[in-house]
Design a protein. Structure first.
Lengths: 225, 282
């Protein structure tokens, strides 16, 4: 029977907290990439060019239909064979960012489709440019629709960052595994990793729900009669 | 088929505009052999229609007769399949290539050409995340480049005109249907259109608030120099306010004329049938 050692726990905690910072950094950067690229994916699928929207659609489908870990390996190990050598961090950010961009583009797409057709027509009738239409009318109304999905994927990308450890990104999971293989004790590091994820995920999810309510209120969207 | 063009109205309009067209006295709106199809269904069949400046034309007819399509094409919400639409002497659906032949309008041309047209919709289509005032200043600031203070002052006047000065800072969700539709009228007017399109603007309203919206339109007809095209089911109102009524049937104008004539003494059996059915229903 293996027992929990507090002394060991305190000893490894600083390293794990440092790893947590890198996990948060990885999730943050990856999510930012996903937010922006996902929007580009979604908007490109709405362009008048059939070819372009079709190509983007296929890319999104391809990314969503293959495992994230494969995509991470692909960028990191296959890239160099085509002369693209990237660091673990860069490869990881590209892979996880694009992966979640594909998912977020679907969230955006549904949200944009959720803005009534009459809103677009009113914009045409008032002669707003496509840019003004998106910026002032469509995106502000799509945002409350998209927020729950966007929040889910924020928690999702955070929980998927351990996959970056497979190519040696020194995030929380990687740190815990390194501690384990040095000390032959896995109970404490992995338990703490689990607790840290829980301690971050739960308040984030709660905060996101508050944010959703606040945005709805802010935009005066207490349901139109 | 086309009603006689009121030459004096066109001339007045042309001189006001500095006569951009080469001599030709065109009406404010002209549909020239316009055809619109949805798949195999022909919604409008080689339609010719002229509307003079400051003329108020009501479009009536059974559903599916193409009446709303007329307005939607004029607002460039729908593309036409054949023909040309002219607004204020300039082609709307087309543009001149090197000053000569007409070719299909590109987006830039459409944006320029439709600036003369405003539209009020059956379902209001107000921007729900903006107040009544916000709805009325958005396009003047963004599209016309009006300074905010000027846009606000003008929007306040317009909201006052439609009787909603006290609701200026409310979001649409806080307004009744009739109030929302009056905001929508103010919003369209804020863009200073020459032509206003009203697409069944009272059809989604509760009976008790229809009057307040019609009153606003009545006021516009009396006080503003606007060309108005109205698709409506309010026969009494159409009769009262219109200079001319067009009865649409099967994608064409089956009959048109002054309201007194068309309502009391229709010639086409289709018109007679439609009017007796509508008037019976009440």
């Amino acid at each position: 029977m293996i027992e929990w050692r507090w002394e060991f726990t305190w000893e490894i905690l600083p390293r794990l907290l440092e790893g947590t910072l890198y996990t948060l950094l990885a999730a943050g950067i990856g999510y930012l990439i996903a937010l922006v690229v996902g929007l580009v994916f979604a908007l490109l699928q709405r362009t008048p060019s059939r070819v372009l929207s079709r190509v983007v659609r296929e890319i999104v489908e391809f990314i969503r239909s293959t495992p994230l870990v494969l995509q991470i390996f692909f960028v990191f190990y296959v890239g160099p064979q085509f002369g693209v050598s990237l660091s673990p961090w860069t490869s990881g950010m590209i892979a996880i960012g694009l992966h979640y961009a594909a998912y977020l583009s679907e969230v955006y797409r549904a949200a944009l489709d959720g803005v009534p057709k009459g809103q677009w027509e009113a914009c045409t009738a008032l002669n707003l440019s496509p840019r003004q239409t998106y910026r002032d009318i469509v995106l502000p109304q799509a945002l409350p629709i998209a927020l729950p999905g966007m929040g889910n994927y924020l928690v999702g990308i955070f929980k998927d960052t351990p996959m970056l450890s497979v190519i040696g990104v020194a995030e929380l999971m990687h740190t815990a595994t390194a501690i384990g293989s040095n000390s032959y004790r896995y109970l404490e590091p992995y338990t703490i990793v689990g607790l840290i994820f829980l301690l971050i995920s739960l308040p984030t999810a709660f905060g996101l729900r508050r944010l959703e309510a606040w945005v709805r209120l802010r935009l005066g969207m207490t349901r139109q009669g | 088929m086309v009603s006689s063009p009121a030459a004096d109205a066109s001339a007045a309009n042309n001189s006001a505009e500095g006569s951009s067209t080469a001599g030709a006295a065109l009406p404010m709106v002209r549909f020239e052999k316009v055809t619109k199809r949805y798949g195999s269904l022909t919604v409008l069949d080689s339609l010719d229609l002229d509307v003079e400046a400051n003329e108020i034309v009501s479009i009536i007819g059974p559903s599916g007769s193409g009446k709303t399509t007329v307005l939607r094409m004029l607002m460039t919400l729908e593309e036409i399949d054949e023909g040309v639409i002219w607004v204020d002497g300039e082609p709307l659906t087309h543009m001149r290539r090197n000053g000569g032949d007409l070719v299909r309008a590109n987006r830039a041309h459409l944006r320029r050409a439709r600036a003369n047209i405003g539209m009020v919709f059956q379902h209001f289509n107000l921007f729900p995340h903006m107040t009544a005032l916000g709805n009325c200043i958005e396009a003047p600031i963004q599209v016309l480049g009006m300074p905010k203070a000027e846009a606000v002052a003008r929007a306040e006047d317009l909201l006052e005109m439609v009787g909603l000065a006290d609701k200026m800072h409310q979001h649409p969700s806080r307004l009744s249907g009739g109030q929302q539709q009056r905001v929508a009228i103010a919003r369209a007017l804020a863009m200073r259109p020459k032509v206003m399109l009203f697409d069944e603007v009272t059809s989604a309203l509760d009976p008790e608030v229809i009057g307040e919206v019609l009153n606003v339109i009545r006021k516009l007809a009396e006080e503003e120099s606007l060309t108005m095209l109205m698709v409506t089911h309010q026969m009494g109102f159409a009769k009262e306010i219109s200079d001319r009524v067009c009865f649409f049937y099967g994608g064409q104008i089956a009959e048109q004329g002054p309201p007194d004539k068309l309502f009391s003494n229709p010639e086409n059996p289709r018109t007679q049938q439609f009017l007796s059915a509508v008037l019976e229903a009440g």
